[in-house]
Design a protein around this ligand. Structure first.
Ligand code: C5P
Length: 281
């Protein structure tokens, strides 16, 4: 049996940093949605564990030693959980089609890990205890629990307290200057860690919200400022950075407008990652 799971890109429509825990992790208040576009994880039963890669950004991941890859850590973590409960978790061939740029603020690695967990639970017919699964997901990364859900939500805490919200499908353009940005480096550079929360959520209220990581990211990577200006010039109704960057999104009235903007940007900036997509309900 072959199982395919899409690893949808995670977009922080707004991301407010509201505090910091004593262990250094930051408290967030963030409105998150997911796009149709993403990586793809395929899983087959196999004689022994294997991991293969393809896709535009496969070369940016370590093929020789994938032990640090979140997909592998997700597989091993879920297997440990099942074996501990006396269940089986036989060998698998996991293939990752890496379509999204790495270290780009749209949860690529976290979405891959979450897709791997969803796929393996199907293949192994496993239903781990909800808390054990939540702990495993959070242990892999702060964004993995929300990526398991892959639906519009508000995340609080360090990203582990999740509240689903209703959002209509949005037409947006993702643009990344293909400069990797280190998430810890951006959090370290914050000058203000105590900002007001988002308050009441509405699409109309989105322009008044912020990404509190954006100023630090723009200071570290000036290409982000360029991307935001380019999105503004295409007539986006709103442009903002996602996560710790460098990917920015522009919102458009419809997918045709987003695709048109994509064509214009691709022609002008062939070195950038540019993709028009729709968000999931
Ligand atoms: O959990 P994840 O590996 O995605 O986080 C990467 C790094 O980002 C953490 O080690 C931490 O430095 C920073 N971070 C943070 N507060 C969060 C999430 C991440 O400070 N809520």
């Amino acid at each position: 049996m072959r199982i395919a799971e899409k690893a949808h890109a995670k977009i922080n429509l707004a991301l407010h940093v509201t505090g910091q825990r004593s262990d250094g992790y930051h408290l967030l208040d963030t409105l998150v949605t997911f796009t149709e576009t993403g990586d793809e994880v395929t899983i087959d039963a196999a004689g022994e564990d294997r991991f293969t890669l393809s896709g535009r950004f496969a070369g940016d991941l370590d093929q020789a030693d994938p032990s640090g890859n979140l997909v592998i850590r997700a597989r091993d973590g879920l297997r440990r959980l099942l074996l501990r409960d006396g269940r089986t978790a036989p060998p698998v061939h996991i293939h990752l089609e890496k379509n999204l740029p790495v270290a780009s603020g749209i949860g690529g690695g976290s979405a891959d890990a979450a897709a791997c967990l969803r796929g393996l639970m199907r293949l192994w017919a496993a239903k781990p205890d909800g808390q054990a699964l939540a702990d495993l997901a959070l242990g892999l990364g702060a964004d993995v629990p929300m990526c398991l859900l892959s639906r519009p939500l508000v995340a609080r805490g360090i990203g582990d307290i999740l509240e689903p919200v209703a959002l209509p499908p949005l037409s947006l353009l993702l643009v990344n200057p293909l400069k990797p940005v280190s998430t810890p480096a951006i959090f370290r550079r914050l000058t203000n860690r105590h900002n007001p929360p988002m308050g009441t959520i509405s699409l109309e209220g989105l322009p008044a919200l912020r990404n509190d990581l954006q100023p630090a990211a723009e200071a570290l990577e000036p290409a982000i400022t360029e991307v935001l200006a380019a999105l503004r010039a295409t007539g986006a109704t709103l442009q903002r950075m996602s996560g710790s960057g460098a990917t920015c999104f522009g919102l458009y009235p419809g997918i045709a407008a987003a695709r048109e903007a994509a064509e214009r940007l691709e022609a002008r900036q062939p070195g950038w990652f540019v993709e028009a997509t729709t968000t999931l309900r």
